[in-house]
Design a protein around this ligand. Structure first.
Ligand code: UDP
Length: 238
């Protein structure tokens, strides 16, 4: 697999073309941003952790019947993925109130819901990723009705699998963001990443935050929290 020219650089990852027209290579960076790019920093070792964690979780999800873009881990920071065009929706699932949900509706953080919730943001930095509903997404031709139905079903399936998996290592899955892509033949698959950058993860017993909120809110020991999640997921192997 040959890494050819860079086709995209985002906040946390770079994407490269390869000699296979159906596959890309993603490279994870240590750069971190928050509040739509207003806060910038570096989380040492984050790229390697997010790469390995995403791949571990995506392989687990594949076994549970969720199609993902994962192909092969190449190195600490690099992974071969299936080429997709990203559906410009951030799909957010919540099990417990936190972040924007708590702010928007004026409730405290930490309330466990009877059922998980789903919401979409329109992936558009200039607009600040505004909240959008399924009708608006269709009006803007971001996705078809069938695609949105598939995305909703897959997102809840991912939630059940991840919630259970994290709980076995003493972590509460509070909320998370997913992104989906279309393969060349139009199939919707899970893409992007699943990591402490994109999930709120709290220790099951102490509610200690083990995710990017440590960076967003200047809570300290950001690197340690990312390492702790990885250590728990890997068990003895980390
Ligand atoms: N999230 C993300 N990228 C974004 C916005 C949110 O990965 O651009 C994740 C975030 O880490 C959290 C969940 O989605 O786990 C819900 O985030 P929320 O809407 O509460 O916004 P936040 O307070 O994180 O900006």
């Amino acid at each position: 697999m040959k890494k050819l020219e860079q086709i995209y650089e985002g906040k946390a990852k770079k994407v490269f073309r390869t000699d296979d027209p159906e596959q890309f290579i993603v490279e994870y960076k240590d750069d971190a941003t928050a509040f739509n790019g207003l806060k910038k920093g570096t989380i040492l070792g984050k790229g390697a952790i997010n790469n390995r964690m995403t791949n571990l979780l995506m392989q687990m999800l594949e076994k549970k019947g969720v199609p993902t873009h994962f192909v092969e881990e190449l190195s600490d920071r690099e992974t071969v993925v299936k080429k997709v065009t990203i559906v410009p929706l951030e799909v957010i699932i919540r099990n417990v109130s936190a972040g924007h949900f708590a702010e928007r509706y004026g409730v405290e953080e930490g309330i466990t819901f009877d059922e998980p919730t789903i919401e979409f943001s329109y992936k558009n930095d200039d607009l600040g990723d505004p909240l959008i509903n399924a009708y608006h997404a269709r009006a803007l031709k971001l996705a078809t009705r069938e695609e949105i139905d598939t995305i909703v079903d897959l997102a809840f399936k991912v939630n059940e699998a991840l919630k259970e998996f994290f709980l076995t290592v003493g972590i509460k899955l509070v909320d998370f963001k997913l992104e989906f892509g279309r393969t060349t033949d139009g199939t919707i698959i899970l893409a992007d990443e699943i990591s402490p950058d994109t999930c709120r993860l709290w220790d099951k017993d102490t509610n200690e935050k083990l995710d990017k909120d440590r960076f967003r809110r200047d809570l300290g020991n950001v690197e340690g929290a990312y390492q702790e999640v990885m250590r728990r997921l890997m068990g003895e192997q980390a």
